[in-house]
Design a protein around this ligand. Structure first.
Ligand code: PEP
Length: 250
C-alpha cells in the first residue's frame, strides 16, 4: 500500500483582523504535532506575506484563490506566478463559495488549476455536491463532472501537485458533518475514478481530504477511514481545536 502523507488545510476565508490571525498563528507555532503531517493555512490574501514570515515549519501558507493568467488587466485578481514569486506554494481552488458566489464554473476551476500547476504551485482542488444533488442521488455524477473538468486540463504527471478536497456543500459551515461511511464511500469512488480515468499510480498517490464541519471531536473517527487522507477545515481552523484536527492523522 502507498503511504499518503496526512494533509490538513485551514481555510480562514474572509475572517480575522491581522491581530486576530497572528494570535491563531502563535497557537499553531507553539503546538506540538504528532508524526508526519503536511499543514497549510490560508489567511486572506492581504495577510499572506506577513503570516508567511511568522509561521514556523511544518506549517506553510496557502492562497484561497488565484487566476488563470500570468499577468495583465485583471483587476482584483492574483496570478499563480505572483504567488510562486512570493514563495506561496499552495492555493485553494474551486471552493464551493467561489463556485456559488463568484461564478467559478467547472471549466474556470480547471483552467485555474492548470495555470497554478504550470506555475509550480500545489493545488487544493475542491469538489462536492449540494444537498439537493445528494438527495437526487447525483453525488457521484457531480464529483465526477467536477473532476473530469480538471482531468481534461491536467497531465498524468501533474496530479502529484494536486490534493483533492471532497467538500459536500451541505456540510460546509452547517455543523452537519458527513458520517465516516458517507465520506469514505465518496472518497473510495473518487479514487476508483482516478484509477480508471488517469492511472492506478495517481489513484494510489493522490491525497483525498475531507471538508465540511470537521472539528476536534469528529476528526479522529473520520481519519480512520481508509481513503480519508486529511482535512480541509473552515470554522474550526480559527479555534484551538484545530491543533487536535491536525494531530488526528493516522
Ligand atoms: C470550508 O470552508 O472549506 C469548510 C470545510 O468549512 P467548515 O469547516 O466551516 O465547514
Amino acid at each position: 500500500m502507498v503511504a499518503r502523507k496526512f494533509f490538513v488545510g485551514g481555510n480562514f476565508k474572509m475572517n480575522g483582523s491581522l491581530k486576530e490571525i497572528e494570535t491563531i498563528i502563535e497557537r499553531i507555532n507553539e503546538a506540538k504535532f504528532d508524526g508526519e503531517v503536511e499543514l497549510v493555512v490560508a489567511p486572506p490574501a492581504l495577510y499572506l506575506l506577513k503570516i508567511q514570515e511568522e509561521l514556523k515549519p511544518p506549517a506553510q501558507v496557502s492562497a484561497q484563490n488565484s487566476y488563470t493568467e500570468k499577468s495583465g488587466a485583471f483587476t482584483g485578481e492574483i496570478s499563480p506566478n505572483q504567488l510562486k514569486d512570493a514563495n506561496v506554494h499552495w492555493v485553494i481552488l474551486g471552493h464551493s463559495e467561489r463556485r456559488s458566489l463568484f461564478g467559478d464554473t467547472d471549466k474556470l476551476v480547471a483552467d485555474k488549476t492548470k495555470a497554478a500547476v504550470e506555475a509550480g504551485l500545489g493545488v487544493i482542488a475542491c469538489i462536492g455536491e449540494s444537498l439537493q444533488e445528494r438527495e437526487a442521488d447525483q453525488t457521484q455524477a457531480v464529483v465526477e463532472r467536477q473532476l473530469e473538468a480538471i482531468a481534461n486540463e491536467i497531465s498524468e504527471s501533474e496530479w502529484k501537485d494536486i490534493v483533492i478536497a471532497y467538500e459536500p456543500v451541505w456540510a460546509i459551515g452547517t455543523g452537519k458533518v458527513a458520517s465516516k461511511e458517507q465520506a469514505q464511500e465518496v472518497h473510495a469512488n473518487i479514487r476508483q475514478w482516478l484509477a480508471k480515468k488517469v492511472s492506478q499510480t495517481v489513484a494510489d498517490q493522490t491525497r483525498i481530504i475531507y471538508g465540511g464541519s470537521v472539528n476536534g471531536k469528529n476528526s479522529g473517527d473520520l481519519a480512520t477511514a481508509a481513503d480519508i487522507d486529511g482535512f480541509l477545515v473552515g470554522g474550526a481552523s480559527l479555534k484551538p481545536e484545530f491543533i487536535d484536527i491536525v494531530n488526528s492523522g493516522k
